[in-house]
Design a protein around this ligand. Structure first.
Ligand code: PMT
Length: 223
C-alpha cells in the first residue's frame, strides 16, 4: 500500500545481532544479518510511520527516512530503546537476535594463551531481556516479538508470547537452511493469544509488508 495511513505513529524496531565483547579484539555474536528488521523498518516507513531502527552491527545501508541508532551490546540496545520511547511508541518490534549472555568481566587487555591447558573457560552472565523489560515498562502500546526456534516452534513461540508479555509473536523456524538467519527469504507464523496466520514463504521485503499489515490490523482490534 502506498497510502500513508501510519502517519503520526511511532514504530521502534530492533534488528541485527548484538555483539558482546570478550576482550578488546574478540566478541560473542550470532548470524543475524539484519535483513528482516531493516525490511520491517522500510515497510512501516513507506506507510507513513516515524521509524526508529535500533540496529546491531550489520552490513546493510541505512534505510533513508528512518532514524537509525547503531548499537553493539544488549545493554546498549536496551538503553537506546528506552531513549527512543520516553513517551510510549505505537509499536515495538523485536527482530534483533539479542545475545542471552555476555562476559561477566570483559578483559581490558587481549587474553593470552598462557599455561599448558588445552581448555579455557569464560564466565558469562545473563543479559537483560530487552523486549520483556520494555513490555513491563509499557514502552509501546503494541509489543511484537520474534521467536527463533529450532524445534517445537509454535509451542515455544506461544510460551515466549506469554512470558514476555507480548501482543504478537512471529515464530521463525531457524533450523531450516532456506529461511531465517541471513537468508533473503523467510517464512513465519504470526501468533496472537488466540489466532495464528502463516503467510507464504517470500522475500523479506515482501513478507515485511504483510507483517506490517497484520500488526496494523491487530492494533485496530486492540483499541
Ligand atoms: O537478521 P536476519 O538475518 O534477517 O534473520 C532474521 C532473524 C532470524 C534474526 C529474525 O527473524 C528473528 O527470528 N529474530 C529473533 C531472534 C531471536 O533472538 O529470537 P529469540 O527467540 O532468542 O528471542 C525472542 C524475542 O526476544 C525476540 O524478539 C528477541 O529480539 C527478544 N530478546 C531475546 C533475548 C534478549 N536478551 N532480549 C530480547 O529482547
Amino acid at each position: 500500500p502506498t497510502q500513508q495511513d501510519l502517519t503520526g505513529q511511532h514504530w521502534v524496531i530492533t534488528a541485527g545481532p548484538t555483539m558482546e565483547a570478550i576482550d578488546p579484539v574478540r566478541y560473542i555474536s550470532n548470524h543475524s544479518s539484519g535483513k528482516m528488521g531493516y525490511a520491517l523498518a522500510e515497510a512501516a516507513k513507506v506507510r507513513g510511520a516515524t521509524v526508529t531502527l535500533v540496529s546491531g552491527p550489520v552490513n546493510l545501508p541505512a534505510p533513508s527516512g528512518v532514524h537509525l541508532v547503531a548499537i553493539k551490546s544488549a545493554d546498549d540496545m536496551l538503553t537506546a530503546c528506552r531513549a527512543a520511547m520516553t513517551s510510549p511508541a505505537d509499536v515495538f518490534i523485536g527482530a534483533a537476535a539479542v545475545a542471552d549472555f555476555r562476559m561477566k568481566d570483559v578483559a581490558t587487555q587481549k587474553m593470552k594463551k598462557t599455561g599448558d591447558s588445552d581448555e579455557m573457560q569464560l564466565t558469562l552472565v545473563k543479559n537483560p531481556d530487552v523486549i520483556a523489560t520494555l513490555s513491563q515498562e509499557k514502552a509501546a502500546k503494541c509489543m511484537v516479538g520474534f521467536a527463533a526456534e529450532t524445534q517445537d516452534v509454535i509451542a515455544y513461540a506461544k510460551s515466549k508470547l506469554e512470558r514476555k508479555g507480548l501482543d504478537l509473536i512471529i515464530a521463525n523456524d531457524v533450523s531450516r537452511t532456506d529461511i531465517g538467519f541471513n537468508n533473503d527469504e523467510n517464512q513465519v507464523t504470526v501468533l496472537s493469544k488466540d489466532q495464528q496466520w502463516t503467510p507464504p514463504k517470500e522475500a523479506k521485503p515482501a513478507l515485511a509488508v504483510e507483517l506490517v499489515e497484520l500488526i496494523t490490523q491487530h492494533q485496530s482490534q486492540m483499541s
